[in-house]
Design a protein around this ligand. Structure first.
Ligand code: PLP
Length: 385
């Protein structure tokens, strides 16, 4: 059976060109970039090239980039490194809808005498920017607000947020893991101080990511050892991963238009047809400010997990909530923060597309979903009689 993959916010298929670019660094070009000899030294030049490729996608200087092991490390590094750099400031501002890589780090700091302000969102998953403005004060060590939500695809107005944070003299970190490669960003024209990205969300390899650190931003090194990454992140570099991430960024830059157009068209068709053919279904989140590849649909009265299992029988991969929180039957913290009713939050499914999806796959899925929903509702005790 063919796999139809609509779980690209969990991870993406690596681009063949990325794989080809990485291959030599597993075999012939295995040197350590820190070595004095030219066999190792040549690798340093390749890493520098990858840094340039990332910098070009982000519109920043290569020197403002450090390579990490992924989005989780970048988020941890940004928050913990900033807090360590300004120990007298004891307040963290974030939102209730962040990925656990941010939210768990912030909440853990509450046990270390920090206060954490979690901004609420409205029913569309959007923030009240005046609340953000009011909450920032001299005690604010960091504001950490994601660029785009992994579960709903809702995009926050990050440039407006950055202006507010800058005007108050605070530091802004944004988790750009879901946004970068899908929507354009130019850091040279932005007030964002710190930004996280992850290789495997943009058709690059797993286990590699980036933390952008605006020149002049105070960040304590969080991993000590060797002098790699300008002393900010010690440890022998994941050379194949870094080379692959660089290539993935180059390809993403070329494809942003394509993704916006082709992928959005497919997503819109899938969403429109499912809503038309399945009564008591609705889209979660602000549909005007949303990633082009994501739709999060609630089907009332049934369990998302049951829908996923039935879709799986037809080779269709989707997700109920974020990949990192699935496995538990608790409704997603993002949908709860948006006030989605319990019965609808339980029956939510996220379809996240990529450049590899086709019109045929969309047609096939549109054919399969409505009978699955009807069948599950026939079995559900929650459907009003
Ligand atoms: N931040 C967001 C918004 C994510 O969606 C994810 C992964 O799902 C992460 C961070 C973690 O990234 P990684 O898997 O590279 O650690």
């Amino acid at each position: 059976m063919k796999t139809i993959y609509f779980d690209n916010n969990a991870t993406t298929k690596m681009d063949e060109q990325v794989l080809e670019e990485m291959k030599p660094y597993f075999s012939v070009l295995y040197g350590n970039p820190s070595s004095m000899h030219s066999f190792g030294g040549q690798i340093g030049h390749k890493i520098a090239r990858a840094r340039e490729q990332v910098a070009q996608l982000l519109g920043c200087e290569p020197s403002e980039i450090i390579f990490t092991s992924g989005g989780t490390e970048s988020d941890n590094a940004a928050i913990k490194g900033t807090l360590a750099a300004v120990p007298n400031k004891r307040t963290i501002i974030t939102t209730r809808v962040e990925h656990p890589a941010v939210l768990t780090v912030c909440r853990e700091r509450e046990n270390r005498s920090y206060s954490v302000i979690e901004l609420s969102v409205d029913k569309d998953g959007q923030l009240d920017l005046s609340e953000l403005d009011q909450q920032i004060d001299d005690d604010t060590a960091i504001v950490t607000i994601m660029y785009a939500n992994n579960e709903t695809g809702v995009i926050f107005p990050i440039e407006k947020i950055a202006q507010i944070v800058k005007a108050k003299g605070a530091v802004l970190h944004t988790d750009g893991v879901q946004a970068i490669g899908k929507i354009p960003l130019n850091l040279s024209k932005s007030n964002i101080d710190l930004l996280s990205i992850s290789g495997h969300k943009l058709h690059g390899p797993k286990g590699v990511g980036v933390l952008y650190i605006r020149k002049g931003t105070r960040l304590s090194p969080y991993q000590l050892g060797g002098h790699q990454e300008s002393g900010k992140r010690a440890g022998t570099e994941n050379v194949p991963g870094i080379i692959g991430l660089g290539k993935a960024c180059e390809i993403a830059q070329e494809n942003i238009e394509l993704e916006n157009n082709k992928v959005k068209k497919l997503r819109d068709k899938l969403e429109k047809e499912i809503l038309a053919k399945c009564p008591d279904s609705m889209v979660n989140g602000d549909t005007k400010n949303r990633l082009p590849n994501t739709t999060n649909i609630s089907f009332e009265y049934i369990e998302g997990e049951a829908i996923l299992l039935m879709l799986d029988q037809f080779g269709i991969c989707a997700s109920s909530g974020s990949a990192c929180t699935s496995g538990s039957l608790e409704p997603s913290h993002v949908l709860r923060a948006m006030g989605v009713p319990f019965t609808a939050a339980h029956g939510s499914i996220r379809f996240s597309l990529s450049k590899y999806n086709t019109e045929d796959e969309i047609d096939y899925t549109i054919e399969k979903v409505p009978p699955i929903i009807s069948r599950l509702r026939e079995l559900s005790p929650f459907v009003p009689k």
